[in-house]
Design a protein around this ligand. Sequence first.
Ligand code: RET
Length: 228
Amino acid sequence: MTDLAVTVSYSLSALGLLAGVGVVLAMMRSSRVDSDRGKFAWLLVIPSFAGLSYVLMTLNIGIVEVGDTEVYLFRYLDWLVTTPLLVGYVGYVAGAPRKWIAAVAGADALMIAVGLGATLATGIATWVGFAVSGGFHVVLLGVLYLVFPRFARENRERYRLFKILQNHVGLLWLAYPVLWIASPAGFEYISAVGTAMIIAYIDLVAKTPYVYFVYSERACFAVDPVSA
Ligand code: RET
């Protein structure tokens, strides 16, 4: 898409994500022990992979045509890599066992993969795909609100950060399926340009503030629920 407003929005998003990389690096530097750094290292993937995707999208790389609309493949690749980390990390903060973290990350990856399928499909397959992807979103929300709190409640130091991240992911992400329905992939109430601009900003809000919240609450990691 060669639209100035989209190029500007994508570039701003890339810059904002770069700031997110800075936040994670600052967090890693501020940890005194190496094992602490590891708790933040996974987070580095989130803004850096997304930032790189935004640079490629700004350069119009990785676009496929579906009917008369353009789909950015790097958007979905970015989501496929970074959203399981965003939601899985909430489970880690809660102190949930690995199997639940893997379950939520798996449901998330399926939500995105099937969502891409729905976006590339035409006709009825689009809506079947949307419903299946939406089903995985509901599973993800179920784990976030019904399973993770059980573990988080036993973790007093981390509970505050858990609640912040739970609601950040649980509420903000609802915007994506709504926007998808309104976009050219769905009913086309919003133009391709409008959709691209809105997603650029929501993606940024989903990532840089997220790592900033972890940064501002990083003291809670001083007490490790596993070793404590
Ligand atoms: C799609 C369409 C099909 C139905 C559903 C969707 C959900 C997408 C979500 C994406 C979240 C992206 C994030 C990106 C961060 O940068 C695939 C739009 C349910 C929830 C958080």
